[in-house]
Design a protein around this ligand. Structure first.
Ligand code: CMC
Length: 444
C-alpha cells in the first residue's frame, strides 16, 4: 500500500558553495566550504577555521553544531518528523517488529523474511549471559536504582566478552553489536528481578524480543507466564519509538567514548550514565513523580505557574525538546498506546493518565508554552504506560536504555567505520586565572 509521505527538502551538496567570514578589524576574509545533506539544513565546514585564522567556534550545548555525518536517523524538529533510514517513525511503530528496526538501523535496509529469521537466530544465540555474571548483582544493594545496576553490569560485559573486542576487526564489531542487542533485555530484566528479590529467569528464544523480555521481567519459575499480545505489542512499540534519536546527549556520549577506541560495552555503559539524567532518559520517571506530586486536576494551574516562573527551578517535565519545536511524533503514538494498554488492563479510569491529558490540554493553551513551542515529548506518556504494565518508576529509564541500545551501537559502529574518524576533542574558551608564578607554601 502506498502512503503519502511528508514533502522534505532535499539539500544536495552544491559544488563550490562557500560562506565567507570577514574579520572587520583588519578586513581579512576567509571562505569556508558549505556541505549539503539528504534533508535538513546545510552545514558550514569549519574544520579549516582554526588552522587558517587562529579562531575557534564557540557553541556550548551544541546549539548550532553538527558533530558528525550520519545516515541513520533524520529529525525535522519544526515539523515533528522522525525518520530511521528514511522510514517515518509512525510506519515503523505501527508495523515493524523491534528486531526489524534493529536490523534496519544496523544494516541500512529492511530485512527480507529470511534475513530477519537469520538475524533473529543470530541474536537468539547471544541472549544468555555468562553464569558468573549473575554474581555481579549480589554486590548491589537491593534498593539500588536500576540504572546504577545497569551502568555497572553493562560496563562489566567487557570483562566477560573480551574474546571479540578488537574494534579494528569488522567481525568482532558485529559480534559485540549482536551481543548487546541480545543481552540487554536479559540484563534489564535481571536488574528488575534483583530489586524485587525474585530469581532470574533465563531468556526463552522464539517468543519474540518484547515477549521474551516481558516474561523475564514478570514471570516466576513457579508457574508459566502467559504473555498478553496487547502488552507485547505495546512494549515492542515502546522499544521501536526509543530505538534511536540522532545525536542526543547519550548517543553523543557513546560516540565520544568510542572515538578513543574504547570497547563498545564500556561505551554503552557511558551512554547509560548520560541517559539517566532527568533532562534526558530519566524524564520518564520524573514525569510520573511530577504527576503524583500534582495529584489532582485542580492543582494543575499551581504547577503551570511554577513552570513559568524563572525564579523557580521547577519545569514541566515531559515538555520541551532541543530539536522538536512541534509535537514529538513519539509522544502522540505513546498517548495512543496508553489508551490501548489501559483498556486491556481494565484501567480506563487511570487518574494519572486523565491528569496528564488535562495537563497537556492546559499547557498547550497557554501562551508561555505556545510561544516557546514546548510540546509533550517522548517521556510524557511513556511512564504512564509502563506503570500500568507493572514496572515501578525506577525501571523506566532502564527500559529507555533497552530500546536505545541499538541506536547507540549502530551509531558507534558508524563512527568507528567513518573514513575520517578522529578522537573527539572539543576545545574551550579559557576564562580562568591568567598565567602566574608558583608560590612556595611558606610564602602564601
Ligand atoms: N517547562 C518550562 N519551561 C521550559 C521547559 C519546561 N519543560 N522546557 C523549556 N522551557 C523554557 C526555558 O525555560 C526557556 O525559556 P526562556 O526562553 O524564557 O529562557 C525556553 O523554554 C527554551 O528552553 P531551553 O532550556 O533553552 O531548551 P533546551 O533545548 O536547552 O532544553 C530540554 C531542552 C528538554 C532539556 C528542556 O525542554 C527541559 O528541561 N524539558 C523538561 C525535561 C524533559 O522533559 N526532558 C526530556 C527530553 S526528550 C527525551 C530525551 O531527550 O530523553
Amino acid at each position: 500500500m502506498k502512503r503519502a509521505l511528508p514533502d522534505l527538502t532535499i539539500a544536495p551538496p552544491v559544488e563550490g558553495e562557500k560562506v565567507t567570514i570577514v574579520f572587520h578589524a583588519d578586513g581579512r576574509q576567509y571562505d569556508l566550504p558549505v556541505l549539503g545533506g539528504t534533508h535538513g539544513p546545510k552545514v558550514i565546514d569549519v574544520r579549516p577555521l582554526y588552522a587558517e585564522t587562529g579562531y575557534f567556534t564557540y557553541d556550548p550545548g551544541f546549539m548550532s553544531t553538527a558533530s558528525c555525518d550520519s545516515a541513520i536517523t533524520f529529525i525535522d524538529g519544526e515539523r515533528g518528523i522522525l525518520l530511521h533510514r528514511g522510514y517515518p517513525i509512525e510506519e515503523l511503530a505501527a508495523h515493524a517488529d523491534f528486531l526489524e528496526v534493529c536490523y534496519l538501523l544496523l544494516y541500512g535496509k529492511l530485512p527480507t523474511q529470511s534475513e530477519l529469521k537469520q538475524f533473529d537466530d543470530l541474536i537468539g544465540h547471544h541472549t544468555m549471559v555468562h553464569e558468573q555474571f549473575k554474581r555481579l548483582f549480589e554486590g548491589f544493594r537491593r534498593d539500588a536504582h536500576p540504572m546504577a545496576v545497569m551502568v555497572g553490569t553493562v560496563g562489566a560485559l567487557s570483562a566477560f566478552y573480551h574474546d571479540k573486542i578488537d574494534i579494528t576487526d569488522p567481525e568482532a564489531r558485529m559480534v559485540a553489536t549482536h551481543r548487546l542487542i541480545a543481552k540487554m533485555p536479559t540484563i534489564c530484566a535481571m536488574a528488575f528481578k534483583y530489586s524485587l528479590g525474585q530469581p532470574f529467569l533465563y531468556p526463552r528464544n522464539g517468543l519474540g524480543y518484547a515477549s521474551n523480555f516481558l516474561r523475564m521481567a514478570f514471570g516466576i519459575p513457579a508457574q508459566e507466564y502467559v504473555v498478553s499480545p496487547v502488552l507485547a505489542r505495546a512494549i515492542n512499540r515502546f522499544l521501536v519509538l526509543h530505538a534511536d534519536h540522532e545525536q542526543n546527549a547519550s548517543t553523543a556520549t557513546v560516540r565520544i567514548a568510542g572515538s578513543s577506541h574504547a570497547n563498545p560495552y564500556a561505551c554503552v555503559a557511558a551512554g547509560i550514565t548520560a541517559l539517566w539524567g532527568p533532562d534526558h532518559g530519566g524524564a520518564n520517571e520524573a514525569v510520573v513523580n511530577m504527576l503524583e506530586e500534582i495529584g489532582s486536576k485542580d492543582r494543575i494551574p499551581i504547577y503551570i505557574k511554577r513552570a513559568k516562573d524563572k525564579s523557580d527551578p521547577f519545569r514541566l517535565t515531559g515538555f520541551g525538546h532541543r530539536v522538536y519545536k512541534n509535537y514529538d511524533p513519539r509522544a502522540a503514538i505513546l498517548r495512543e498506546s496508553c489508551h490501548e494498554v489501559l483498556a486491556e488492563l481494565g484501567k480506563n479510569e487511570e487518574p494519572l493518565f486523565a491528569l496528564a491529558l488535562e495537563l497537556e490540554r492546559i499547557a498547550l493553551d497557554d501562551d508561555y508554552f505556545v510561544q516557546r513551542k514546548l510540546f509533550p515529548n517522548v517521556d510524557f506518556y511513556s511512564g504512564i504506560m509502563l506503570r500500568a504494565i507493572g514496572f515501578p518508576k525506577a525501571m523506566f529509564p532502564s527500559l529507555f536504555a533497552l530500546g536505545r541500545t541499538i541506536g547507540w551501537i549502530a551509531q558507534w559502529k558508524e563512527m568507528i567505520e567513518a573514513p575520517d574518524q578522529h578522537i573527539a576533542r572539543p576545545r574551550q574558551r579559557y576564562t580562568g586565572h591568567p598565567i602566574r608564578p608558583y608560590l612556595p607554601l611558606a610564602e602564601r
